[in-house]
Design a protein around this ligand. Structure first.
Ligand code: NAI
Length: 345
């Protein structure tokens, strides 16, 4: 394999976890030339746009991007780079596998969820205005086109990965038109996949169900805001934000990134957990058809995290970002990676 991939290290803990991930991919034998770009506040500080056009061009040309988190200013400043990227590149499906890491102390030992989040519209359309002082309006956009294509993505993913059931999550009892349309599209698409069970839950009930018995669910399909919130909730069921990977997928283009943000509270301290981005890189390798390298990386993570129980602080351990990374690199270099056992990714 020889490929050019766009790399956005991001800010906060982004540069730490992306450097760690790039190092592991190199050790696994992935022949990747990285096209690295600066975005967000750092680009603005250099006198550039927060999301320069050449970044979008690079991702479109390469078809694939590995991305660290980017800080979004609160209440003012530029619009979220993450939301802009997803909208500009039409990365309509956000895929977040949430799975228990064997051996990690936690409340549940058998969570295996796939969260599919609509990634381009809903309340993230960014259409807000002040009606009169003291009254603002924020528009939730739901379209048949976007709801149908993300539902189809979820069913196709379920079919290709042997998943048995998809639960659509909504609030169509209150938002009868918008969430109602999302649900109708889901039900229409479901008719084409008779082998996959299709049901639905109201979002508030779903949150309670997930906290009580997450093992009862398989694939969840949600519109944008619910997907954002429920993925963080689900991350909390399996060890937190430091471990959950993600992929933003469109037609012929995909951006791989962890669920977590830039974690300013721990940035620059060398203690960030790089697992979430490393697992996102495994999703990237599989997307690229590089299954062998993907399984080598997964095998090395399994050795270090599941067998050797080397954890960063967020998981109750003491390992630094570098210590964890070096341990994974050493396993890869030793050539003694166990393939095909209970998976970590
Ligand atoms: P966050 O995910 O950055 O942090 C939440 C908590 O989780 C913090 O206590 C943090 O230390 C911890 N955490 C997150 N990732 C970790 C890791 N890899 N290892 C160890 N601990 C980790 O969420 P927060 O604080 O709400 O957002 C911070 C910034 O990140 C905001 O500007 C937000 O807009 C941005 N953000 C960017 C995202 C992206 O680039 N895709 C996604 C989510 C948030």
């Amino acid at each position: 394999m020889s490929r050019t991939i766009t790399l956005l290290p991001g800010d906060g803990i982004g540069p730490e976890v992306t450097a760690a991930t790039v190092r592991v991919l190199e050790a696994a034998g992935a022949d990747i030339e990285w096209e690295s770009h600066v975005v967000g506040a750092e680009a603005v500080a250099l006198g550039d746009d927060p999301l320069p056009q050449r970044v979008l061009d690079s991702i479109r040309a390469n078809g694939v991007c590995l991305k660290g988190p980017v800080t979004t200013p609160v209440g003012k400043g530029f619009r979220s780079i993450n939301v802009q990227l997803r909208q500009a590149l039409e990365l309509y499906a956000n895929l977040r596998p949430v799975r228990t890491i064997p051996g990690l102390p936690g409340r549940f030992d058998d969570v295996d969820l796939i969260i599919v989040r609509e990634n381009t519209e809903g309340l993230y359309s960014g259409i807000e205005h002040q009606v009169v002082p003291g009254v603002v309006e924020s528009l939730k956009i739901i379209t048949e086109k976007a709801s149908t294509r993300v539902a189809r993505f979820a069913f196709e993913h379920a079919r290709q990965n042997g998943r048995k059931r998809i639960t659509a999550v909504h609030k169509a009892n209150i938002m009868k038109l918008s969430d109602g349309l999302f649900l109708d599209c889901f039900r229409r698409v479901a008719e084409d996949y008779p082998e996959i069970e299709a049901d639905d839950r109201i979002i508030d009930n779903m949150c309670m169900q997930l906290v009580l018995r997450p093992e009862a669910y398989d694939v969840l399909l949600l519109e944008n805001l619910y997907g954002d919130i429920v993925s963080d909730l689900a991350a909390g069921l399996v060890g937190g934000l430091g471990v959950v990977p993600g992929a933003n997928v469109g037609d012929g283009v995909a951006v791989f990134e962890a669920v977590h943000g830039s974690a300013p509270d721990i940035a620059g301290r060398g203690i960030a957990n790089p697992l979430a981005l490393m697992r996102s890189a495994i999703l990237m390798l599989r997307y690229l058809g590089e299954r062998q390298i993907a399984e080598r990386v997964a095998g090395a993570l399994r050795q270090v995290v599941v067998h050797d129980r080397l954890y960063t602080r967020d998981l109750g351990g003491t390992a630094s970002t570098n210590e964890l990374t070096e341990a994974v690199v050493n396993v890869l270099r030793s050539g003694e990676v166990e393939m095909g056992r209970a998976s970590i990714a």
